[in-house]
Design a protein around this ligand. Structure first.
Ligand SMILES: *Cc1c(COP(=O)(O)O)cnc(C)c1O
Length: 497
């Protein structure tokens, strides 16, 4: 059985479904596979549907669920909620492929994991015969919030609260969240940035005020710190590889490179896990925007928060503290919880830490970082549209730009797949401006204009947004976060008892 241990205390051991319920470990650590014993050869998933591929991969790592349980979750998650049977279609561009991860119910790549997480969680609850409420606390830089709200809306035994930075998410993202449906959902704007939101959620699990209010309520997380999100993200690395094989682009067993627009390091970590369980991945390119803390870290081994937080047109990557990096460092250190705790402590106290040269060399074997300025990002959106008739969003553009520079610099033309993480229609104004040089004031005006210009249809969930009623308008100071959480827990407790 794959056991999950906390990155800060290896004596804290859970099974897969227990880790899905727990989310974050009590000590602030992240549950991580103790060892990777399974191998899935790419031959095993060739010609599989996305759902079948998902069953094999997810069951391999969450092996305390039965295969039937995982199948039920996968089939329930990856259905007509997605607007294409392929679930994650590939699209060729001049220098590689785009893996389109945004065909789900909220047009964000987060949908891939957040359509299945509530099912994995509900199933875990049944396995435990529990009937208390799981309260999902989620910090979002934009896309996780809506995908989680959509995934958990009216799911029995769950409630969800989403915190988002008041300034930082795009107007479309904000409207998506504020109009969420469901009796068990709550959305709160925070006067701070994503890191402030993430800190609140992380601190809640050890806050006395919050825990005292939690009678009959268990706190969990829908952020990528939950293994129930991480594991489903491994699937599309395999699936897209299988697609390249079935289209005779590569022979089975040949290596590929993946380029991953990165924020919290969850997506790219899933790529690393794919490599560890047997997918022939050569390089994982970590693509950042101007918040280039990871680019520097992958070069120097020094992680430093001593920099300005920059608001960009790829807001889901406006992050300085990339949580899932902790998991990677834990694995590369040979599960050294003492070392990881010291590093994370140093990050909290001094705003920085440094890894040793051995670890840095190991990192560099697989990872390479690039960052893209706002100007480069806009130019990439423009060029892809004008020269290759392909409409991409700013996050994807950061990935494409990284790929092009990597190929030019290294001459490594291993078939490359860029993870395309959001629909261009979530960032209409910026995409329209990048292509035409014209600034429109209103997002919905830009949506219409972009559709006319490109001939690409607006996804239904975004097209209908304009006329939906706003349900949530609450906004709080970042200092009041824990109190707001405690209040919510009390409300849930009272409603239950
Ligand atoms: C979340 C997100 C990312 C970053 O993914 P991480 O797993 O946080 O690294 C990139 N692009 C978009 C559009 C996202 O929503």
């Amino acid at each position: 059985m794959t056991r999950y241990i906390s990155t800060r205390n290896t004596a804290d051991v859970l099974s897969g479904h227990e880790a899905v319920i727990a989310g974050l470990a009590k000590d602030g650590g992240l549950y991580t596979p103790e060892s990777i014993d399974v191998t899935i050869r790419p031959e095993e998933i060739l010609n599989d549907s996305y759902q079948e591929c998902a069953v094999k991969i997810i069951h391999a790592l969450l092996d305390d669920y039965t295969e039937e349980e995982i199948r039920e979750c996968a089939i329930g998650a990856y259905d007509e909620k997605f607007d294409t049977d392929a679930i994650v279609p590939l699209r060729g561009i001049r220098s590689g492929w785009l893996m389109e991860l945004w065909h789900g119910p909220t047009s964000a790549f987060k949908d891939i994991a957040l359509t299945i997480l509530p099912r994995l969680l509900t199933c875990a609850y049944q396995k435990e015969n529990r009937n208390d409420i799981v309260s999902i606390l989620t910090a979002t830089s934009g896309d996780t919030g809506k995908a989680a709200l959509s995934g958990f809306a009216d799911v029995p035994h769950t409630a969800i609260t989403v915190f988002y930075p008041e300034i930082g998410v795009s107007p479309i993202q904000k409207k998506q969240m504020a109009t969420s449906k469901g009796d068990n959902v709550e959305v709160i704007a925070v006067k701070g940035n994503f890191d402030d939101c993430q800190r609140m959620v992380k601190e809640a699990v050890s806050s006395k005020e919050v825990l005292d209010a939690c009678k009959g309520v268990t706190i969990s997380s829908a952020n990528s710190i939950n293994v129930g999100r991480l594991v489903p993200q491994i699937v599309y690395y395999y699936y897209s590889y299988g697609e390249l094989v079935s289209h005779d682009i590569i022979r089975c067993g040949e290596p590929v490179n993946f380029i991953v627009p990165t924020g919290n390091f969850g997506d790219i970590l899933a790529g690393y896990l794919a490599k560890r369980i047997g997918l022939p991945i050569n390089k994982l390119i970590c693509a950042s925007n101007s918040n280039n803390v990871l680019t520097d870290f992958l070069e120097t081994g020094h992680y430093s928060l001593d920099r300005e937080f920059i608001t960009t047109m790829s807001p889901s990557m406006d992050i300085l503290i990339s949580s899932n990096l902790e998991r990677l460092l834990f694995m590369l250190s040979g599960n050294n919880d003492v070392k990881i705790s010291a590093m994370m402590d140093s990050l909290k106290q001094k705003g920085s830490y440094r890894i040793d040269d051995v670890m840095l060399q190991k990192l560099k074997e697989t990872f390479k970082g690039y960052w893209t300025s706002e100007e480069q990002c806009a130019a990439t959106i423009h060029d892809l549209f004008v020269e290759q008739n392909t409409l991409i969003d700013p996050h994807t553009a950061v990935g494409v730009s990284a790929m092009e520079r990597y190929q030019k610099e290294t001459g490594d033309f291993t078939p490359a797949i860029v993870l395309s993480t959001a629909s261009p229609y979530k960032f209409c104004k910026d995409v329209y401006f990048s292509i035409t040089g014209e600034r429109l004031d209103d997002d919905f005006e830009a949506m219409d204009a972009l559709e006319k210009l490109s001939g690409v249809k607006v996804p239904a969930n975004l097209a209908e947004l304009k006329n939906l009623e706003v349900r949530f308008t609450r906004s709080i100071e970042k200092e009041d976060g824990l109190h707001a959480i405690a209040e919510r827990m009390k409300g849930l407790s009272d409603a239950q008892n």
